[in-house]
Design a protein around this ligand. Structure first.
Ligand SMILES: *Cc1c(COP(=O)(O)O)cnc(C)c1O
Length: 458
């Protein structure tokens, strides 16, 4: 014990002095105490006899570096899951990132009308764009789609009954469940129909003087297939109109363009829901729309005007950085070719199998060249996924790089890639590590090769 260096002595060492210049002093002194405590405990338990001062200092440096690593940081998504919820859903377009940086680092027109010099509305930055792209009369954006649904339900059906089909009691990622959001909103949920079949007459029979809303929820992350029936939005609108009741649709993924034009499966668009006569349509900003986390609410003028004034609206409002990203992303949609080119979610989803195959072949070759016989790297046909609870049944054909490590197990390789400075997240299938170029950004292939090569050298 007595051989262990004292805190003051460690703080005088050149390497620790340099460490304390690059990091907050408190972090360094805490790390020294923590390291010494750990070594003392090991000596007491007989795990070791002593530890040289140089080794203590090295342990302190490692610990400070570990504590200084940012928690929220970039990862390389090699999974081929485009809207990967755990990895932050959509990547923003380059133009959107620049707009975020601009308003984040300075003052902005967030709630200021430059023309009049008076107070403006934060909704103004996105409202006209959403209306233009969806055909809605009015629009607003809030923190996320869950908040949009909550606000819609609270604003339209609090203290009243909201009718919804049993086939649409969706759960998204555990924390968004239609019955729970309904309860929180103060609306009373009235379930109609069965899991697989709901008829218009089911809604009709459930109508009472207390009915405040008909709700339709897009089953974005699952499909009811087989002997099924669902009531169309326009039929719901027709029924509701006769009784003076509003209809709200939770559209989910925020599709603004008919994706079939880019060879992707059909997904209902927000514009179709508006055209069918929905009073309110809600969707996410960061799923297939490809923008920042946000909830878009589009619909009839009088409904949106009431929701903007609702007390909940302030609690779930968007900040300037998100609004900046959303505005720029929506602007790109004014030219659909531009949207496909510049919005990463759209360009990754619509990339052809042939273009992905070329990237896979090149990456496999580079791994071979840089790492010799440490890995067997070839290409293999596989599937990518949209993810983010969208297009759940659709396999998007892709070509992956399949790596079989020769000097470690495939699970060990997977762990080591995740431990890289910029973690690499990949899939394992049948003892091969799979890298899907579909979700890699420019330059990330080279990063992957460098990490694989560094693992060989160790
Ligand atoms: C994703 C989704 C939600 C939740 O949206 P968030 O943006 O994650 O809050 C709600 N409803 C449907 C139908 C969805 O697909």
């Amino acid at each position: 014990m007595r051989s262990l260096p004292k805190v003051d002595r460690l703080l005088e060492r050149a390497d620790i002095v340099a460490l304390a210049e690059a990091h907050p002093r408190a972090v360094v002194t805490d790390a020294i105490r923590e390291t010494l405590d750990a070594v003392r405990a090991e000596i007491l338990s007989g795990m070791r006899d002593e530890l040289a001062e140089d080794d203590v200092a090295a342990a302190v440096i490692d610990l400070v570096e570990l504590k200084s690593t940012r928690s929220l940081r970039r990862v390389i998504n090699a999974t081929g899951i485009v809207v990967h919820t755990n990895l932050g859903r959509s990547r923003l377009a380059r133009e959107a990132v620049a707009a975020v940086a601009e308003v984040a680092g300075g003052y902005s027109t967030l709630e200021y009308d430059v023309a009049s010099g008076e107070r403006g509305s934060r909704h103004s930055h996105v409202e006209a764009l959403i209306c233009k792209l969806t055909g809605a009369e009015a629009a607003m954006a809030v923190n996320n789609n869950a908040a949009a649904v909550l606000l819609g339900l609270a604003g339209l059906a609090r203290g009243k009954e909201a009718i919804v089909s049993r086939g649409q009691l969706v759960e998204i990622g555990g924390s968004f469940r239609v019955p729970d959001v309904m309860a929180e909103s103060g609306a009373t949920m009235v379930e109609v129909g069965t899991t697989n079949k709901t008829h218009l007459s089911d809604y009709e029979k459930a109508l009472t003087p207390a009915t405040g809303l008909l709700l339709k929820v897009h089953t974005s992350n699952y499909r009811v297939v087989g002997f099924t029936e669902e009531v169309t939005l326009s039929d719901l609108v027709g029924l509701a109109a006769g009784h003076g009741i509003p209809v709200m649709e939770d559209q989910g993924s925020g599709v603004l363009v008919d994706l079939r034009k880019w060879g992707l499966p059909y997904e209902p668009t927000v514009a179709e829901s508006i055209a069918a006569g929905a009073d309110v349509v809600t969707c996410s900003g960061d799923k297939l729309l490809g923008g920042p986390q946000a909830g878009i609410i589009a619909g009839k003028w009088h409904v949106i005007a009431a929701l903007k004034k609702h007390p909940l609206a302030r609690a779930i409002r968007l900040d300037k950085m998100t609004l900046a990203a959303l505005e720029v992303t929506l602007r790109l949609y004014l030219d659909e070719d531009l949207a496909r080119r510049d919005i990463p979610t759209l360009s990754m989803l619509s990339a052809t199998k042939e273009s992905i195959a070329e990237r896979a072949v090149r990456l496999a070759d580079e791994i071979g060249r840089a790492c010799g016989d440490a890995y067997l790297a070839g290409t293999s046909e596989d599937v990518s996924r949209a993810g983010g609870g969208a297009m759940p049944m659709e396999d998007i054909p892709t070509v992956v790089v399949a790596i079989v490590p020769q000097r470690m197990s495939v699970t060990e390789l997977e762990v080591r890639l995740r431990a890289a400075d910029t973690p690499i997240v990949a899939r394992i299938n049948a003892d091969r590590l799979l890298i899907d170029p579909r979700t890699l950004t420019l330059g990330e292939e080279a990063e992957i090769v460098a990490v694989l090569a560094a693992l060989v050298e160790r």
